[in-house]
Ligand binder design. Sequence first.
Ligand SMILES: CO[C@H]1[C@H](O)[C@@H](O)[C@H](O)O[C@@H]1C(=O)O
Length: 682
Amino acid sequence: MNRTKFTLLVFSLSFIIILSPLLLFAEDGSQLWLRYQSAIHYKAKVTSKEKSPAITIAIRELENSWQGQPIEFNLDKKQKHLKDGYQIKGNNDKITITAQKDVGLLYSAYHLLRLQLTETDRTNLNLEEIPAYDVRILNHWDNLNRTIERGYAGYSLWKWDELPNTLSPRYDAYARANASIGINATVLNNVNATPEILTGAYLAKVKALADVFRPYGVKVYLAVNFSSPKELGGLSDSDPLNPEVSKWWSSKVKEIYSLIPDFGGFLVKANSEGLPGPQDYGRTHADGANMLADALKPYGGIVMWRAFVYNPSNEDRAKQAYSEFTPLDGQFRDNVIIQIKNGPVDFQPREPFSPLFGALRDTQEMVEFQITQEYLGFSNHLVYLSPMFKETLDSDTYSDGEGSTIAKITDGTLRPNKVTAISAVANIGEDTNWCGHHFAQANWYAFGRLAWNHQLTSEQIADEWIKMTFSDNKDFVNPVKDMMLSSRETAVDYMMPLGLHHIFAFGHHYGPEPWGDVPGARPDWMPWYYHNADSTGLGFDRTTSGSNAVSQYFPPLNNIYNDIALCPENLLLWFHHVPWDYRMKDGKTLWDELCYKYDSGVQQVRAYQKLWDRMEPFVDEQRFREVQSKLRIQARDAVWWKDACLLYFQTFSKRPVPYDIERPVHELEDLKKIKLDMKHHN
Ligand SMILES: CO[C@H]1[C@H](O)[C@@H](O)[C@H](O)O[C@@H]1C(=O)O
């Protein structure tokens, strides 16, 4: 080797040595799970007779990163059964992909790259993927001032003040991330919607976003305020039966479609939590939804009408959506779909499924999940939500006999739905790592994967996500996967075990406040409304001798939930007021069981801390430290929850905390004084 070559070699080696830690350090999670290595020495050969923006992206993704056989794209419009899906066939020499839509080819590109990143065999491929739902949609609760209701990852991605002229690169990255997991729709603004979103100025901004998202197959939808005709159009009212009102909506819809020809439709929260709606004029939800549906119909748009309604009344809050919507069954147009939260109350760590699923026989239904962790420690706690999503989807409602799962009711298997959909409230914000917690990215990922295929297991999804996001080393994948898979149950244990619910601090919903009593607030906003602790026991009596919410479920569930001996123990205090000395299945008293559950939640988080520390060699410095520090918060919060709930409930149970578990480290009176400043959390 001559001198020049030697100098060059030394120079480049030192360059690599100096720079590599910096590169590692710069690893911040902004790439999400899209960590494809670029194929520097090899440009994949991808051929396609057809061209379109989606196909161009698909080719670009593969040419940048695919390290395998040449690929041939085929568009075959006759293969309608594929919907947004695709077939992949291939051997060592070649891969052929067929889709009926160009977006199907794009999805197939991400499928191949996923196989590559997860080290799955790619030499013998013969598969067909068809999505379970037509509309796989994120709901952003983003306000026009860029705060996010229940958002814990910074401000909204949408920079309304810069739009439509300036386009943040995050818009493209957002659409790409969604496309990579099959999400094809997004509601840009908060369901607590302001009429302003429908002004010409905002629609021009919405159009700019729709144009960025379109090549990735992501359609834009808007949440609308039911009073828009009055507030924006200057009409005397917004009565759905007033012809002027429906005329106003028709012309607004026409204006939207002239800007965004593939606009998806509206999401509506009406007559709920103070928002206006058809009931303001003595009309029904059906009158309101149908009026909007008629305006959207000529363009193929849909209305997602939310069932999240409850009034200050004497009726158990858990019963109200069912009471209000079942009498309207069969009255909705075929482009209306009722969007129902997974549980009957409000995204609690664990709820039974909403009894509305399956009860509306002649009305289309869809699930609304919450990815953002409003009731699960915000972006501070590591809680992998796939098991929770699956718990709902796999729940058997018995509406059409055994096997009538929520998945089958909503995906069209059991009902002749014109359109099928599944939604979730997003956890995405402007933070560099998108979701506030590196592991919260897994929940966005899991929602997309389940919306595509609800038969995937939580374990499969976690496995993929860990390998793509962090490492495929089994010494990392296996323990981290175990941590993720148990994390939801852990959170339930240190927050609200055995069916307890809604004992959160008023307003921000972060910490515990089972004693909560907000002067002047309505009873169903008080935590004691939900736990009913007294000297005899704990829990909400929803049996036939209590609020009778059990009767909203189909047999045999109504009887199972009604019977304290049959009711699943993880829902016991949801359905029953249980004596403190009631014997649980393991022989412990209710009080002791409660104590052990809280303690086990705390111990589990401690175990996660230890586990994560052992993972240091596998993770870059920055992500390692960030997750480590979040776990510290989670561990402190878990103790806070345990102490607050046990010390408070003990004032009723008057029994000792079992002597073999960790003693409280707080005074109840001190805990009662904690006031969190959650203003930035809205
Ligand atoms: C958007 O409002 C939210 C509100 O912030 C939240 O606390 C509650 O969970 O539900 C509401 C809803 O789903 O409409």
